[in-house]
Write a protein that binds this ligand. Structure first.
Ligand code: NAD
Length: 334
């Protein structure tokens, strides 16, 4: 098998290259993202491997089909970037990596909370500048706070366990509650209650038509003054304008995001010498109580190892004319 790997970074070469070798596969890495123009790079290949921000719409899929390629192996869990209907029509199979170290993402959500709260990012720079003042570094005890979790799947549950370790009280919302969580002290509530009662709100649900801009003006108007909002799931779960409004009027105390609604044209690239043509993210970056990371929650050695292994296994299963539970089908999501 010859696999064309798009949107690749140095760590992809290391982990996917090694996993591919175990199957005897030839891997070629392209920095370009997968789209209708770059699909041409895959001429003569048997499989395409894409990532979370590749826009795999009908036009892209038609271009992939024109290369006689029957599989796109996503090296991520989410597949909201794929037009599944078009893929089905064109006979292109879509495989993904539904689970890989929920710890990586849950732990990153916790690191956003702790950094925003105790301002270690600011302290680091101050001390290196011989500024040993503690002015404006006051945080709060996480212990005893009420944490609201939206989505109690794999990541949400790991996150809940960590926050319970801090001594937090956990409330959660999920349209498909996990009954076993009651015995662990997690109380399911209505979605609006998450917003009205939580000191810290953390989003761990997928992006679907139901969850698109789940964090909207109405819900943000419910939040406790000074609450913290954390999003390590998908940017479009949040209405960015509405969140800027509650940051400006100081209703929202802290915002920690690893994902951003318009991240496709920004994240995973070094744009440090460019003018950023996105006023909303530039506005967000001006707030002292906003912390943004560029979709790195998954980025641990353990997660990368699992992602690479499952991606190659998915391609192997496809090459054998079989399927597995990692194949996605059905109506397209948002
Ligand atoms: P999962 O499928 O195990 O859990 C998702 C949970 O969300 C499920 O319990 C589901 O019932 C629930 N859910 C579905 N619709 C909902 C709704 N309308 N409101 C509230 N909850 C709803 O998925 P997971 O592995 O826990 O991953 C969660 C999300 O994390 C993924 O969908 C992905 O968007 C995101 N993610 C981000 C990164 C990153 O690097 N930042 C990496 C991996 C995953």
């Amino acid at each position: 098998m010859k696999i064309a790997i798009y949107s690749s970074q140095s760590y992809d070469k290391e982990y996917l290259g090694a996993a591919g070798k175990e199957y005897g596969y030839e891997t070629e890495f392209f920095e370009a993202s997968l789209n209708h123009k770059t699909a041409k790079l895959a001429t003569g290949f048997d499989a395409v491997c894409a990532f979370v921000n590749d826009v795999i719409n009908r036009q892209t899929l038609e271009a992939v089909a024109a290369e006689h390629i029957g599989i796109i192996a996503l090296r991520c869990a989410g597949f909201n970037n794929v037009d599944l209907e078009a893929a089905h029509e064109l006979g292109i199979r879509i495989m993904r990596v539904p689970a890989y170290s929920p710890f990586a993402v849950a732990e990153h959500a916790v690191s956003l909370i702790l950094t925003l709260n105790r301002k270690t990012h600011k302290a680091y720079h101050r001390v290196r500048d011989s500024n040993f003042s503690l002015e404006r570094l006051v945080g709060f005890d996480v212990h005893g706070k009420k944490v609201g979790i939206v989505g109690t799947g794999k990541i949400g549950q790991v996150f809940a366990g960590i926050m319970q370790g801090f001594g937090c009280n956990i409330i959660a919302y999920d349209p498909y509650p996990d009954e076993s969580l009651a015995s662990k002290g997690i109380v399911y509530v209505e979605l609006d209650t998450i917003f009205s009662e939580s000191d810290i709100i953390s989003l761990h649900c997928p992006l679907t038509p139901d969850t698109y801009q789940l964090v909207n003006r109405n819900r943000l108007n419910l939040i406790k003054k000074g609450a913290m909002l954390i999003n390590t799931s998908r940017g479009k779960l949040i209405n960015t304008e509405a969140v800027i409004e509650v940051l400006r009027n100081k209703q929202l105390g802290y915002l920690g995001i690893d994902v951003y609604a318009e991240e496709e044209k920004l994240f995973f690239r070094d744009l440090s010498e460019r003018i950023i043509d996105d006023e909303k993210i530039m506005h967000l970056m001006t707030f002292p109580n906003v912390l943004i990371t560029a979709h790195q929650a998954f980025l641990t050695q353990e997660a990368l190892t699992q992602i690479a292994a499952t991606t190659m296994e998915n391609i192997y299963v496809y090459s054998q004319g079989r399927t597995n539970e990692n194949e996605v089908s059905g109506k397209n999501l948002v």
